[in-house]
Design a protein around this ligand. Structure first.
Ligand code: AMP
Ligand code: ZN
Ligand code: FE
Ligand code: FE
Length: 292
């Protein structure tokens, strides 16, 4: 059994591409000793109310967040926006646009896979995104589709030996079926978070190859944090990101990136994150948040 830590600032539920409902996710985190948890579903805030209700019952403070994934010549710049407001209609409008783009991209990948001889049904992919049921229970809005749903469908259809294997083969970035994401540019993601009073942090910075050049640009756009503590980081990587955090006065954030499927990410509360990181995020919120 892995050691669990009380702070986890990066988790996903089935409201985006995780496997557990917001309630199950928070309950399981509480059982593992997590006390402060950010729900960072991609491009949706639809799980926040449910997660917070369970958090009240289970003694977990749930920070509302969203992870904005961007794909560009800068690499995979994923921006965690902390303290987003589920009642912010203008933000919801932008997120809805991102969700629609996600859906179109996965449809195109399904078409490509079909042509290549690996058919899966788009309806099954959508069902997986809804948590396996054919009726969208409690999901009045379209789910943000992602490769995790496609990977699950490919596994079920017997086209890959495991969920994780799909990411290394049929739907890897260099596969013939791959379709790049259309959405926000990296600086736009940071600016969107700031424009809506949220506190943006760069997720898993290891996916940004020329970080030394890119980070000052992101900081110029309003980046406030960098995810220093992450399951796959070596001690040397963590130290490097902590130095960058100090240099640019960024909050060192961290979390599991738990999805509940396959080997990707760490277990809930499986990554050490200091209490001071949470204090510092709240400090940025108090001083600079609410800018809408
Ligand atoms: P997408 O954003 O649709 O390109 O899909 C990438 C998402 O899949 C990210 O949120 C990852 O966290 C998630 N993911 C889950 N399992 C894996 C895996 N085995 N390899 C890479 N990404 C994964
Ligand atoms: Zn994800
Ligand atoms: Fe990410
Ligand atoms: Fe994530």
């Amino acid at each position: 059994m892995t050691v669990a830590f009380p702070v986890d600032l990066h988790t996903h539920s089935l409201r985006s591409d995780g496997a557990l409902s917001p309630t199950e996710l928070v309950r399981r985190a509480a059982e593992r000793g997590v006390r402060i948890q950010a729900l960072a579903d991609h491009d949706t805030l639809s799980g926040v109310a449910e997660a917070q209700a369970e958090g009240d019952r289970a003694g977990v403070r749930v920070i509302p967040a969203t992870e904005l994934n961007t794909e560009s010549e800068w690499g995979d710049v994923h921006v965690l926006a902390y303290f987003v407001d589920p009642a912010d209609a203008a933000l919801e409008e932008r997120l809805r646009w991102l969700r629609e783009n996600r859906g179109r991209r996965i449809e195109l990948m399904v078409e490509n896979l079909d042509r290549l001889g690996y058919p899966v049904s788009m309806e099954r992919v959508r069902e997986i995104a809804r948590g396996g049921s054919s009726r969208p229970e409690g999901a009045e809005q379209a789910m943000p589709l992602g490769r995790p749903h496609l990977a699950q469908a490919l596994f079920e259809a017997g086209h890959v030996p495991s969920y994780d294997a799909a990411f290394d083969t049929l739907i890897s970035k260099d596969s013939a079926a791959y379709v790049a994401r259309v959405g926000l540019a990296p600086l736009e993601a940071v600016e969107l978070a700031r424009a809506h009073g949220a506190v943006p942090s760069l997720a898993h910075p290891g996916t940004v190859p020329r970080l030394d050049e890119v980070l000052p640009r992101l900081v110029g756009a309003g980046l406030a944090g960098i995810e220093c503590y992450y399951g796959s980081h070596t001690p040397e990587e963590t130290a490097r990101y902590l130095r960058l955090a100090a240099r640019y006065d960024l909050v060192p954030t961290g979390g599991s990136d738990f999805h509940g499927r396959g080997e990707h990410g760490a277990p809930l509360g499986g990554v050490f994150v200091p209490r001071g990181s949470v204090d510092a995020l709240y400090h940025v919120l108090a001083v600079e948040g609410g800018r809408t």
